[in-house]
Design a protein around this ligand. Structure first.
Ligand code: NDP
Ligand code: MG
Length: 384
């Protein structure tokens, strides 16, 4: 049944990382490497349980601490950002789960692709910033990229058997609407960090939860879908679906619309990324159509949630526009999570970065990294 036997998890202490370890345990997969930023205790516990050959902490002080704690084990400890690439290319792993948050995932993802690993891709920021480079690299090396993001996994499942992407009329991404659904722009402006962290259907890391509240998450997902399936913006739509049961849909030119449904549980797309092209058995709550709430669909409100519109505009412009958008958003969300800016400052800072930073077409990796730096710097300059 298994396609994957041994995994490396970048971001093992996060929401996706921990659920990946649950799936790994259920499927009896070996874990060759785990990585985190600074969560030493959680990483130590994971290392003791899963006995990886390598554990990486990107924070150097945390790495020193972990090395002392794991001295009696066979796990080697490395520190620093560059060590993520060691974890991503560890020879024992056939599959790399990219579950770090943010653009830091880009270089290790490219390194894993270079080694022809299967990529179970949760880290959407990587595809947003450099999707074309990543997909070209995967095509060149033959590495498979299997999306873990629930919407993209749904689409991936609905395009199985579709040999010609020209048959697809459009992709429809579903969107929960987030905790501020139904509010006007004026109303959502006073929402705080605590309000934003209450997601109605999913329990996720803080950055993506805020992105769900601003609808930037859906904007990033539109770009992610465009890159994964090499489709233009005109063929990627968004509908609000409050129940998070229909995970996304694919409409074909012959009029058929395929959707993937299920209870909201990230372990399903994580597991599918491990078993594809087969399907495993899950302990997750089954979907009961007779007792689940009525399924509703509505248009997203781009006036109340300008981040979705900003992302679509960047997607349309292409080049380095998406890298700037993403970088400015990452920094703005950090500031919001530290209670240093308000909810509306997030779209305002992103819009400012997009206005001020010129776009370069067909960028190289270096140009993308420069655009990323420029986006972050601009947010800090505006803030200070
Ligand atoms: P979390 O914040 O829960 O976890 C992030 C992980 O990345 C942690 O292991 C964290 O380590 C590590 N990390 C954080 N900052 C850095 C850094 N600078 N360098 C290296 N490692 C770092 O995030 P999620 O699991 O929610 O999300 C991970 C990715 O998956 C994101 O791109 C998100 O958009 C995507 N995703 C998440 C979903 C979900 O349900 N959570 C659904 C779909 C996509 P530490 O614990 O030490 O901070
Ligand atoms: Mg998603």
């Amino acid at each position: 049944m298994k396609t994957t036997n041994t995994i490396s998890i970048l971001g093992s202490t996060g929401s996706i990382g921990r659920q990946t370890l649950e799936v790994a345990e259920e499927m009896e997969l070996r874990v060759a490497a785990i990585t985190a930023n600074s969560s030493v205790e959680r990483t130590e516990a994971q290392a003791r349980k899963f006995k990886p050959a390598l554990a990486v902490m990107t924070d150097e002080a945390a790495a020193k601490d972990l090395a002392v704690r794991l001295a009696d084990t066979g796990t080697k400890v490395l520190g620093g950002l560059a060590a993520l690439e060691e974890a991503a290319t560890i020879p024992e792993a056939d599959t790399v789960v990219t579950a770090v948050v943010g653009m830091v995932g880009l270089k290790p993802t490219l390194a894993a692709i270079g080694e022809k690993k299967r990529i179970a891709l949760a880290n959407k920021e990587t595809l947003v910033c450099a999707g074309e480079l990543v997909m070209d690299a995967a095509d060149a090396s033959g590495a498979e990229i299997i999306p873990v993001d629930s919407e993209h996994s749904a689409i991936f499942q609905c395009v199985q058997g579709c040999a010609d992407r020209g048959e697809i009329k459009r992709l429809v991404l579903t969107c929960s609407g987030g905790p501020f659904y139904g509010m006007s722009y004026e109303e959502n402006g006073s929402m705080t960090r605590a309000d934003a962290l209450k997601h109605p259907n999913w329990k996720m890391g803080p950055k993506i939860t805020v992105d769900c509240a601003t609808l930037m998450n859906k904007g990033l997902e539109v770009i992610e879908a465009m890159r994964l399936y090499r489709l233009p913006l005109e063929q990627v739509d968004v509908v609000v679906h409050r129940q998070s049961i229909v995970h996304s849909l694919v409409e074909y030119h012959d009029g058929a619309v395929l959707a993937q449904l299920g209870t909201p549980d990230m372990r399903l797309p994580i597991r599918y990324a491990m078993t594809y092209p087969k399907r495993g058995v899950s302990m997750a709550e089954p979907l009961d159509l007779l007792t689940c709430p009525p399924l509703t669909f509505a248009l997203p409100d781009r006036e109340a949630f300008p981040c979705l519109r900003l992302a679509e505009e960047a997607a349309k412009e292409g080049g380095t526009a998406c890298a700037v958008l993403n970088a400015a958003n990452e920094e703005a969300v950090k500031l919001f999570l530290e209670d240093r800016i308000g909810f509306h400052d997030i779209p305002c800072l992103v819009a400012k970065a997009r206005e001020c930073i010129p776009v370069t077409a067909a960028p190289s990796l270096e140009t993308i990294l420069e655009a990323d730096r420029a986006g972050r710097e601009l947010v800090w300059k505006e803030f200070e």
